[in-house]
Design a protein around this ligand. Structure first.
Ligand code: HEM
Length: 261
């Protein structure tokens, strides 16, 4: 009887350990919480990839998928296709985790695959998510409107790196809040068609912010940016884009399949 109980306990422990080992990181939480690190890694496929034979490319693709599985307990990775909409790069990853070391370890492994070795890493941006800085001081009606649920399942992504000038940071918090209220007022009509996420980069990169958007309506996005270029806060944008990434949101398999054609 005693041996049976011990055996059951051992089986239970092994099963639990296996579960923990294969557990995937909580994606929803990483995409919502403050204090999460994001790395945007942008790549161009080199000619050597298309010169490889079909089997070598298929095995390279399989290795990439294994790297994604290996790191799934630490990082969540979103994949995007740029090819056709950009001459500078073919695709990019948005990697999230609570330790930037995990983003780095994933990307180092990815770049070590046969496919990774055939790539040029054209850009990398790093940032962290934070609690809202200005919204808590906004009027209640604006705060309520900002809670409008964002669109889901949008096909397009736009990423705009932003750097502010020294004057921006030297202004008082109240002055910046007033300017950001003007920023928010110009954007409210786009809440239903544009989903957004903000990353803070000062000190972690040459940028101050990485702004990230998903939409099905690029015409709305164009109007939104035009509206923002007309508010006073824009005087303080020392860098806006450069590069702007415009692509489509695609699963890894599709990105790899397209880039292996
Ligand atoms: C639906 C569209 C948008 C809405 C509703 C929106 C709203 C907001 C709000 C409320 C904040 C303040 C967040 C806080 O309290 O910390 C903010 C910050 C910011 N937004 Fe937007 N925004 C939109 C689009 C854009 C676009 C298109 C850009 C530029 C490409 C942009 C750039 C920024 C930047 C850089 C900040 C950070 C400013 C700072 O903390 O100093 N936003 N946005």
């Amino acid at each position: 009887m005693r041996n049976k109980i011990i055996l059951v306990l051992i089986i239970f422990a092994v099963v639990s350990l296996a579960r923990v080992a294969s557990a995937e990181v909580d994606r929803e939480k990483l995409l919502k919480d403050p204090g999460v690190y994001a790395t945007f890694a942008v790549f161009k496929v080199g000619d050597q990839w298309s010169q490889m034979d079909k089997e070598a490319r298929a095995s390279g693709v399989a290795d990439v998928k294994k790297v994604f599985q290996k790191h799934a307990d630490k990082v969540t990775v979103d994949t995007y296709l740029l090819r056709g909409l950009s001459e500078k790069a073919d695709f990019f990853f948005r990697v999230h985790s609570t330790e930037i070391l995990d983003n780095q370890n994933f990307l180092v492994d990815f770049m070590g695959t046969t496919f990774g070795k055939a790539l040029k890493n054209t850009d990398t941006f790093n940032g962290i998510t934070k609690a809202l800085n200005y919204v808590p001081k906004f009027p209640e009606d604006v705060k309520a409107e900002l809670k409008t649920p964002p669109p889901q399942g949008s096909p397009y992504v736009v990423v705009v790196p932003v750097r502010k000038d020294a004057d921006w940071w030297l202004m008082s918090q109240d002055t910046r809040t007033a300017l950001m209220k003007e920023h928010a007022d110009a954007t409210l009509v786009y809440l239903k068609t544009v989903k957004r996420k903000l990353y803070h980069s000062s000190g972690l990169d040459d940028l101050d912010f990485i702004t990230y958007f998903e939409t099905a309506k690029l015409d709305d996005f164009n109007n939104l940016v035009t509206a923002l270029l007309q508010v006073k806060e824009n005087h303080h944008n020392k860098q806006f884009g450069e590069p702007t990434l415009l692509g489509s949101i695609r699963p890894l398999d599709e990105v790899l399949e397209i880039l292996s054609r």
